[in-house]
Design a protein around this ligand. Structure first.
Ligand SMILES: NC(=O)c1ccc[n+]([C@@H]2O[C@H](COP(=O)([O-])OP(=O)(O)OC[C@H]3O[C@@H](n4cnc5c(N)ncnc54)[C@H](OP(=O)(O)O)[C@@H]3O)[C@@H](O)[C@H]2O)c1
Length: 360
């Protein structure tokens, strides 16, 4: 369907959670989208949004959303009550996404998912808009293969967004062969209430279930190439250690990278800092610069740098030689806001690109 002057009506699933709240913040007053339904669990169904939500953002709940009633996460009911809803922004936990997201796709809505359930499915695009928006074309095949009028587009795991954005220009210019990554992940990455405060304050937890596998697999799919009916994964060896630290928002990842062709740290820093994706120019949620490289020795820091580009830019620092890989080695640290670039903001930008490409 071609873009019209009218806003596209959207539903938010998991609207009361950590990611759902960012969706609400980003979608109210959005120039292309209009919130038409808010869904959550049966614990919240029927309640006013401001009664049901434990709001954790620094901005207020938008006035136009406060009094909206929460609905059940029931695709048929949402569709029958408002058949004009075309997109469903999903912040559902994996367990509920498994059933609910295909139901919304079948009912004709395009689901922008943050759950991991369908990320690695062959016909599901896993997309960071600037990195691989061409993968969105898989939607055409997905619709035919699954018989859906709608579809599913997935976001990456929040820890993957900073590494994938910073690796993309390096892969384009020099080729990336091996990556060794160590994460320091914020508390909000586990949702609300997330990790118990008594476990996290004055502490770091060296295990996050399933996270290392996701960082390894999703990076290769994101940097892969679009084939006929699936993605040809990039041939990059990724090894990850994932840790939870006592930070509110913003995942830091240290990266040691082996390139296919020799490059100096200065050349790598310039490749990342200068990289732009022309296809996103003018989209409302696109940052001016997808990767910002800082030169101070002690940046990026989550508290100071996570809102760079309204939380949509990855921030890289400490770009220096990696002696383990000789003249092919570079190491640096990358930061991305997990609930914005790594979740809601990433989905909204993907949706803006779907509209631009007229893929719905
Ligand atoms: N947090 C992050 O940084 C981040 C980043 C990327 C991806 N993700 C992914 O995004 C999704 C949401 O994460 P989150 O951090 O926002 O989680 P969260 O804070 O725990 O929020 C979960 C939301 O899902 C709803 N919900 C729970 N069970 C449900 C059910 N059975 N049926 C319908 N709705 C249900 C909750 O509604 P009630 O209030 O009614 O319980 C709430 O709105 C997860 O898949 C997560 O892995 C999170």
């Amino acid at each position: 369907m071609a873009m019209t002057s009218q806003k596209i009506k959207v539903a938010v699933l998991g609207a009361t959670g950590a990611v759902g709240q960012q969706f609400i913040r980003l979608l109210h007053n959005h120039p292309m989208f209009e919130i038409a339904a808010l869904c959550a669990s049966d614990r919240s169904e029927g309640k006013r949004y401001d009664e049901a939500v434990h709001w954790i953002l620094d901005t207020d709940i938008p006035a136009g959303v406060r009094g909206l009633a929460l609905q059940a996460t029931d695709a048929a009911m949402v569709h029958s009550q408002n058949p004009e809803i075309r997109f469903a922004f999903s912040a559902l936990p994996n367990e509920s996404a498994e059933q609910a997201e295909p139901a919304f796709a079948k009912a004709g809505m395009l689901v922008f998912s943050n759950a991991s359930k369908y990320r690695m499915a062959l016909d599901v695009p896993l997309v960071i808009t600037e990195v691989n928006h061409d993968h969105l074309n898989l939607l055409r095949h997905q619709r035919i293969a699954r018989g859906w009028a709608g579809g599913i587009v997935c976001n990456t795991n929040c820890t993957v967004s900073g590494p994938a954005l910073s690796l993309k220009p390096l892969h384009e210019q020099f080729g990336v062969k091996r990556v060794f990554a160590v994460s320091m992940q914020a508390a909000s990455g586990a949702g609300y209430p997330g990790v118990a405060s008594l476990d996290l304050i004055d502490n770091a937890i060296p295990y996050i279930k399933g996270e290392e596998e996701k960082l390894q697999a999703e990076t290769c799919k994101l940097l892969g190439t679009l084939g006929n009916r699936s993605i040809n994964d990039a041939a990059i060896d990724v090894s990850a250690h994932c840790n939870r630290v006592a930070v509110m928002d913003g995942h830091l990842v240290t990266m040691s990278v082996e390139l296919a062709t020799a490059a100096t740290p200065e050349e790598c820093a310039a490749a990342m800092h200068d990289w732009r994706c022309a296809a996103v120019a003018g989209l409302p949620t696109a940052p001016d610069q997808p990767v910002v490289v800082r030169t101070e020795p002690d940046r990026p820091q989550p508290r100071r740098d996570r809102n760079t580009g309204h939380g949509m830019s990855a921030v890289v620092g400490r770009v220096r030689p990696e002696p383990l890989f000789g003249k092919y080695g570079v190491k640096f640290i990358t930061l991305a806001h997990n609930t914005i670039r790594g979740a809601a903001g990433g989905s909204v930008l993907n949706a803006e690109m779907v509209v631009r490409k007229e893929l719905f």
